[in-house]
Design a protein around this ligand. Structure first.
Ligand SMILES: NC(=O)C1=CN([C@@H]2O[C@H](COP(=O)(O)OP(=O)(O)OC[C@H]3O[C@@H](n4cnc5c(N)ncnc54)[C@H](OP(=O)(O)O)[C@@H]3O)[C@@H](O)[C@H]2O)C=CC1
Ligand SMILES: CC(C)=CCC[C@@H](C)[C@H]1CC[C@H]2C3=C(CC[C@]12C)[C@@]1(C)CCC(=O)[C@@H](C)[C@@H]1CC3
Length: 325
């Protein structure tokens, strides 16, 4: 919506969504305020490898070029709010950090996808990784730049991520781990693809009330807490609260020359106590060595998963043939 409000001329949007009913509703909403806009839809579930491969194939048939790829889909399933840790945090020197990152007060219960991967890892990171790899031919064009924009989080904490457990099978903070992995992956992509004109950056929208976060507390509590959160903005500008404010950094990045963005920075949407939105970079707690190691592991996992998919296809083909006989 913010991109269309800025300049809808010549902008062709393609919304890749898992739920086509919601996608249609979003499209209609956008066309109501921007009747001349070009908004296409593409069905894609980032948690499913075959769905991502199918969507990428369809995309390449439809379009010759992709200038901006927003990698925004994300889940934080079954969030558990640790009241004890929260109360302890309230009376510690870490209180502001707790409100801006959610560190130490949230855990999640992860699931397993049909492909056998951890659900948060597959949805938030691996599906997007595969998509970028598949869309390489439309993203990389001689003499032109293109941009990947990842929605990461200030909840991306190195303490929750391990190279020995990139899917976070063993821990209770898969969301944080997947976002830290996102930061590492963006750096590795810059390292590999900048020569081909493809740039990658990460943003944090700040804390917003959305479908993802609203379930953490009962709805009436959010309503009651709203004046408290607005007041808290005096101490921390990370409480963006609305999706309009949260999308500030996504929009800001769109306006920048990709070469001018720092691959080690995360671009944060921030909102001042007076309600003004702005974007500010913060250095990420990442290094090239870990980033490259993660990339290698992702490539290996991709190879394994493609192998499994081929075996499955062969099996079902064989079953069909046997049936026919
Ligand atoms: N809310 C917050 O405070 C913060 C959010 N973020 C990040 O912002 C991003 C957007 O989240 P937010 O708007 O808050 O939450 P929402 O739940 O409102 O949005 C998440 C979006 O991701 C889509 N999605 C989820 N799973 C899949 C999937 N398997 N395949 C395709 N699409 C999928 C959802 O589709 P559907 O409509 O079908 O559910 C929805 O459109 C996420 O990456 C989140 O981690 C980062 C920091 C803070
Ligand atoms: C009960 C009272 C008075 C307050 C509880 C508020 C918390 C539920 C809330 C405070 C900071 C929030 C936060 C997130 C979730 C909800 C909080 C912990 C996130 C972890 C959501 C996902 C993200 O990506 C982070 C950037 C958010 C950081 C702040």
């Amino acid at each position: 919506e913010r991109l269309l409000s800025h300049n809808s001329d010549g902008l062709q949007l393609c919304l890749a969504c898992r739920n086509m009913q919601r996608a249609e509703a979003t499209r209609s909403h956008l066309l109501t305020s921007h009747p001349a806009a070009q908004v296409d839809l593409l069905q894609m579930d980032t948690s499913s490898i075959s769905s991502v491969l199918r969507a990428a194939q369809e995309f390449k048939l439809r379009y010759a070029r992709l200038d901006y790829l927003y990698l925004n889909a994300g889940i934080m399933p079954n969030p558990q709010f640790d009241v004890k840790a929260f109360v302890k945090g309230l009376f510690s020197s870490n209180v502001i950090n707790m409100f801006s990152t959610g560190e130490g007060i949230l855990t999640q219960k992860d699931g397993i996808t049909n492909d056998g991967l951890q659900e948060v890892f597959a949805t938030n990171l691996f599906g997007h990784f595969l998509l970028v790899r598949e869309l390489e031919p439309v993203l990389c064009h001689a003499g032109q730049t293109s941009q990947l924009v990842w929605t990461s989080s200030s909840n991306a904490l190195s303490s929750t991520f391990s190279l020995d457990d990139i899917q976070h099978q063993k821990g209770t903070q898969p969301y944080s781990s997947s976002k830290y992995a996102t930061d590492l992956l963006s750096l590795a992509l810059n390292n590999r693809y900048n020569k081909q004109g493809l740039y990658s950056s990460v943003i944090c929208p700040g804390f917003m009330l959305t479908n993802m976060t609203i379930g953490i507390l009962p709805f009436y509590l959010w309503k009651l807490l709203m004046p408290f959160f607005l007041m808290l903005r005096i101490f921390t500008n990370t409480l963006t609260l609305t999706t309009y404010n949260g999308s500030e950094a996504l929009f800001w990045v769109f306006l920048q020359k990709p070469e001018s963005l720092n691959p080690f920075s995360k671009y944060h949407s921030l909102t001042s106590a007076l309600g003004n939105s702005y974007t500010q970079p913060h250095k990420m707690d990442i290094n090239m060595e870990t980033s490259e190691s993660l990339y290698e592991k992702l490539l290996q996992l991709e190879k394994d998963m493609r192998g499994k998919l081929k075996d499955k296809e062969k099996e079902s083909h064989h079953a069909k043939e046997t049936c026919r006989i």
